[in-house]
Write a new protein. Structure first.
Length: 379
């Protein structure tokens, strides 16, 4: 009943919402005593933990931008609801993935306007931890987080000290992997996004680490899947991962101990056939690789950097790509940088939609990477 009163199809006054909350609670106390202790926690509450590319210019409506951007909250009580606003109007929409007490609960679709979304219910009056993860990438629009309804929020038991940034393309975004809602080649491209289950966040959770995904579908180092650029390095420094140059991804926004780069799949692909795509210029590609890694090193002087081969390649293409990475690593090691390594996936992970890794592929990619990263980072 309270859920219906709070559901909004269009954005309404934030102040009015809080006022309605305080008016409704007393009148419902006799009907449902549990509602008496219902509180509305605003997004700027110090107990709420945020990670990812997030715009905090309005502290009462932080914008989750990138794939994998997440919010983690410890709460008291039997239920948990959040207020979210999708950036774009119908028919555009996003998805969120939900984790409750460390267990994956699935995805929910986030539609136009502001709505209240029920994330957990019938839990019993204990303490619980909820994680809300943006499953879809920056191109599908941001999600505004407007607050949480529950019996009360509490400080998290711990905040991860380990931090990882994953730089990449659609594979890193978790695109075309999750067919639980729509099968391959149906409806919208982002209906099969699930950044939460992608190799990066999965690996981070295994290592008890925080994660940030800086990734955009279709992009490469010098050219993209269906055009000659501008490519990913042109957008990396901007918070929204697009041509909006007015908001920077500030260097002090995140301080990872480990950065992985999984770029080059789209450079080495054949494209969509819409134009005369020439063979990849390896000299130009390696130079761009070196230049971009140099920018990452300048941004994170103390971080370990690991270059990943494309997990969807095998045979001669994988061998060629591995050589490009080896030359890039050698360039920096010759200059005394001992915190730069490369990793070659041994598997061929393209069992998802349109040649992408599937959910099972991402799990196997994580399992391949795990021992290497543990040894590399001594974690």
């Amino acid at each position: 009943m309270l859920y219906l009163l709070f559901e909004m199809k269009y954005r309404k006054s934030y102040t009015a919402l809080i006022l309605i909350t305080h008016l409704i609670i007393p009148s419902m106390a006799q009907e449902n005593p549990d509602q008496l202790i219902l509180t509305y926690s605003t997004p700027d509450s110090k107990e709420i933990y945020y990670s990812g590319r997030i715009d905090f210019s309005d502290p009462q409506a932080p914008k989750l931008i990138s794939a994998g951007a997440y919010i983690k909250i410890k709460f008291q009580g039997s239920f948990c609801k959040v207020l979210l606003t999708n950036q774009f109007n119908d028919p555009a929409y996003n998805y969120i993935s939900i984790e409750l007490d460390g267990k994956y609960q699935g995805r929910k679709r986030v539609s136009e306007g502001m709505h209240e979304y029920l994330l957990a219910e019938n839990l019993g009056d204990g303490q619980h931890t909820i994680l809300l993860c943006k499953a879809t990438e920056a191109a599908t629009g941001y999600l505004e987080f407007r607050g949480i309804h529950c019996a009360g929020i509490l400080p998290l038991d711990e905040i991860p000290e380990r931090k990882i940034e994953y730089i990449g393309n659609s594979i890193t975004c978790g695109a075309e992997m999750d067919t639980s809602y729509y099968p391959c080649n149906s409806d919208q491209y982002h209906d099969r996004h699930n950044a939460y289950l992608a190799y990066g966040p999965s690996l981070a959770r295994e290592l008890n680490a925080d994660w940030v995904l800086s990734s955009v579908s279709g992009m490469g180092l010098i050219r993209n899947w269906n055009d000659e650029g501008p490519a990913f390095p042109e957008f990396y420094d901007y918070l929204y991962l697009n041509n909006d140059t007015s908001v920077l991804w500030e260097p002090d926004s995140y301080d990872p101990q480990l950065v992985t780069l999984c770029l080059g799949t789209n450079d080495n692909s054949e494209g969509d056939g819409s134009y005369d795509r020439q063979p990849l210029d390896s000299t130009r590609f390696i130079k761009a690789y070196i230049d971009f890694v140099g920018r990452i090193r300048k941004r994170y002087p103390d971080a370990m950097i690991c270059l990943l081969t494309s997990p969807v390649f095998d045979g001669e293409t994988r061998e060629r790509f591995t050589r490009y990475q080896s030359e890039t690593v050698a360039h920096f090691q010759d200059k005394g940088d001992r915190n730069l390594y490369s990793f070659t996936f041994s598997g061929h992970y393209n069992h998802g939609c349109t040649g992408h890794p599937s959910v099972e592929d991402h799990k196997n990619m994580k399992n391949e990477l795990l021992p290497f990263i543990k040894q590399l980072m001594n974690w």
